[in-house]
Design a protein around this ligand. Structure first.
Ligand SMILES: *[C@@H]1O[C@H](CO)[C@@H](O)[C@H](O)[C@H]1NC(C)=O
Ligand SMILES: *[C@@H]1O[C@H](CO)[C@@H](O)[C@H](O)[C@H]1NC(C)=O
Ligand SMILES: *[C@@H]1O[C@H](CO)[C@@H](O)[C@H](O)[C@H]1NC(C)=O
Ligand SMILES: *[C@@H]1O[C@H](CO)[C@@H](O)[C@H](O)[C@H]1NC(C)=O
Ligand SMILES: *[C@@H]1O[C@H](CO)[C@@H](O)[C@H](O)[C@H]1NC(C)=O
Length: 432
């Protein structure tokens, strides 16, 4: 065994390091102590794939931090005090992962707010013009009345095939005991900057007839028709809903069964052939990941399985709080990002899992673990992206163990033959 190991080391030394999945950059900066966890919205800039993090409040102004290069060796920050008219903090900003890119068209940027600019409870749609980078003069448009919890599920997407902003606005009522969502309002712009009147459609949340629906969906993805698809959970029914028209007045629903006691966050990704992948946490104390994979774009056939990561620290307790997924564009295969902490020691888990095949055989998967190495505490909030080169990007808000500072972190993982990055690089964001 030792001999084999020595030979192996010798080969590695003589031939250079073979490419393998590893951390290729890990950049961090200190941010104000934050108590509101939704005050964070990360995305990639369209075309250039630069990671960015939008923070509702940083030194009293909404601020966007942007990596100047993909590797985040420099970070700029742009305060946008004009956005203070809007109340964006409670999940409202979230562009969330439509093709993983931030909502920007020809330099204009888009936000959803929960409606404080005008004295009503309507969701507002905000456009910051390209020539107004600090958003001194936002254009604020009212959409629908969406009281209560539904704000947390606001989604702003881009029907990329048509290049038009499209909003997914849950309608909810505080009145009901546990904030059940009653319906969805979908508004789509008729032109890229949304100057023309928007089309609107209302959908019952329980399209399949089942009541007791919750807004568990984090993600929206673009389906083969070029329109949004998203997830709802109605009792044990996990529904993948596809808009079939621009107005979304026609839909297709794929149904899966899950144990809702184990479901909190659900993530969605789509491959180059518009086949959907859905993940959530494991459905038993023994499994870590629930994995659903559509075999065709309409998802007439699918695989659903429970995956257990190798070297699981404890057979009875799940260490995983959240499972996210992206599809590597170079392989069309899923890459998971697992976060949580191990009981009872409370060691934080930050782990990429690279699926070797469409079934995601966990004993052949590649595991890249980084939380302990970088001295990160338990995750507060995070998001996951992949760029056109297959680099997976985790954007994280947490505290740094060594100093207890609240930090934003951007960790990038890719197939590489460079030496793995072993520690966080702290940068000072530069105001522009
Ligand atoms: C980051 O990328 C820039 C531009 O591509 C390059 O000039 C710089 O050397 C890179 N920095 C690191 C630390 O890799
Ligand atoms: C759908 O949900 C609505 C609102 O919760 C409810 O009134 C209706 O009965 C549900 N439909 C069915 C068929 O359960
Ligand atoms: C959907 O809306 C379009 C455009 O208004 C209309 O032509 C079509 O008939 C509608 N479909 C349904 C099923 O209502
Ligand atoms: C997963 O990989 C292991 C190790 O190569 C193999 O023994 C096992 O049969 C595979 N499982 C499936 C379901 O293909
Ligand atoms: C960080 O905070 C924890 C809990 O308050 C404390 O136990 C620990 O000593 C602090 N560490 C540093 C480096 O200040």
């Amino acid at each position: 065994m030792d001999v084999i190991y020595v030979i192996f080391v010798f080969i590695r030394l003589t031939c250079g390091t073979s490419p393998t999945y590893r951390i290729v950059s890990a950049t961090s900066w200190i941010t104000d102590p934050i108590s509101l966890y939704p005050d964070f919205s990360a995305s990639l800039t369209p075309l250039t794939f630069q990671p960015s993090i939008f923070q509702y409040s940083f030194h009293d102004a909404s601020t966007v931090f942007t990596c100047v290069a993909r590797n985040c060796s420099r970070v700029t920050m742009t305060p946008m005090p004009g956005l203070s008219v809007a109340q964006l903090a409670y999940g409202g900003v979230s562009p969330r992962r439509i093709h993983q890119q931030s909502p920007a068209i020809a330099g204009a940027r888009f936000f959803l707010s929960i409606g404080y600019a005008k004295p009503n409870r309507d969701v507002e749609f905000i456009v910051c013009a390209a020539e107004d980078p600090t958003c001194a003069k936002p254009r604020v448009m009212n959409t629908v009345d969406s009281r209560g919890f539904g704000q947390g599920g606001l989604r702003l997407t881009f029907a990329t095939a048509h290049g038009l902003p499209s909003m997914l606005i849950p309608e909810a009522r505080y009145a009901s005991r546990d904030n059940r969502v009653t319906g969805y309002h979908i508004e789509t712009c008729q032109d890229p900057l949304c100057a023309l009147p928007r089309s609107a459609a209302s959908l019952p949340f329980n399209l399949t007839g089942t009541a007791n629906c919750l807004g568990t969906s984090i993600d929206v993805a673009i389906n083969r028709h070029g329109f949004p698809s998203w997830l709802t959970l109605c009792d044990e029914e996990l529904n993948l809903i596809h808009c079939l028209t621009l107005q979304c007045n026609e839909t297709l629903v794929n149904q899966f069964k899950v144990n809702r006691d184990f479901v909190y966050f659900v993530y969605l990704a789509v491959d180059s052939h518009f086949r959907f992948t859905i993940v959530t946490t494991g459905q038993t104390a023994q499994s870590d990941i629930t994995y659903i994979r559509c075999v065709d774009p309409d998802c007439t056939e699918s695989i659903q399985s429970q995956l257990t990561i190798s070297n699981r620290p404890s057979p009875t307790r799940t260490p995983i709080g959240r499972v996210q997924v992206v599809i590597n564009p170079l392989t069309d295969l899923p890459i998971f990002h697992l976060t949580g902490s191990i009981y009872p020691t409370d060691v934080p888990v930050y782990m990429f899992v690279i699926c070797p095949d469409i079934e995601c055989n966990m004993s052949e998967a590649v595991y890249v673990d980084y939380g302990v190495k970088f001295g990160l505490n338990r995750v507060q909030v995070n998001d996951l992206f992949v760029d056109d080169e297959g680099t997976v990007i985790a954007s994280v808000r947490t505290t740094y163990k060594a100093t207890n500072d609240t930090i934003n972190v951007i960790v990038r993982m890719a197939l590489s033959s460079e030496a793995e990055v072993e520690k966080l690089t702290f940068v000072e964001p530069v105001v522009i």
